[in-house]
Design a protein around this ligand. Structure first.
Ligand SMILES: [Zn+2]
Length: 234
């Protein structure tokens, strides 16, 4: 039995009645017991994503490699579906449509980051209330193999891949390709394997335990879907 704080109920109940029980902002407890994981390797084809000036590695290649490793790690525990399994371009809205075909599923979008040369460490983006626990678990997991600097790490942001899907979803940035030492780590297959293993562990924990031990449930924020024009680079 899950404990629902009284204050959270105040946020949940009015919005449920307003939408007639419809719930496309994910305003409910985090997912538990899901059997399908939709894996999204960010970028692809004509869109390389970030490119490391230290190693020459392209984000789209690192994302796809990590996605395949994650698929292998999850095999046996979950049905896995890849949004792309080769080097091709897929529009963000098409990725959302694809993910929305699956019920009893979560969506995990995999990326590597780029920014000022001193920034490093993993980051996790989420929006829906039902995605918070999964986001906390993924961020904790990635930090265990890629310790971060003072970066906030866990970010609630309305992106096309965090706001628009109708299933719980997180967008993971596995580290900074723009940081000299971190980009060299990311270049190593052994490090990407560690990342895949730890993310798989976070997903298994979320499926087994739901939001337990992931902190208070966040408040519901009513906001329109994210559009191409409001989230460049997401
Ligand atoms: Zn990216």
């Amino acid at each position: 039995m899950r404990y629902i704080p009284f204050l959270a109920l105040l946020f949940i109940l009015p919005s449920c009645s307003m939408t007639g029980g419809g719930d496309h902002w994910g305003n409910k407890p985090g997912s538990q017991g899901f059997r399908t994981v939709v894996i999204d390797a960010g970028h692809g084809g004509k869109d390389p994503g970030a490119v490391s000036r230290h190693t020459g590695q392209r984000e789209k290649d690192a994302n796809l490699d990590l996605a395949k490793r994650l698929r292998s790690e999850l095999k046996g525990s979950f049905r896995t579906v890849m949004i792309r399994s080769n080097d091709r371009f897929v529009d963000l809205d098409d990725r959302v449509k694809f993910a929305n075909r699956y019920g009893g599923a979560i969506l995990v979008s995999l990326h590597f980051n780029s920014g000022s040369s001193s920034r490093k460490g993993p980051e996790t983006y989420w929006w829906r209330v039902d995605s918070h626990g999964l986001a906390v678990r993924c961020q904790r997991a990635m930090k265990s193999v890629a310790p971060s600097s003072a970066n906030a790490g866990l970010n609630r942001r309305r992106l096309r891949l965090t706001r628009n899907p109708s299933i719980p979803c997180v967008l993971l940035e596995g580290g900074y390709l723009s940081n000299s030492s971190e980009s060299r780590k990311i270049y190593s297959a052994a490090h990407r394997e560690k990342l895949a293993k730890t993310i798989a562990g976070a997903i298994r924990d979320q499926a087994a335990k739901g939001d337990a031990s992931t902190g208070p449930r966040p408040r519901f924020i009513k906001a329109p879907p994210s559009r191409a024009t409001d989230a460049p680079g997401s």
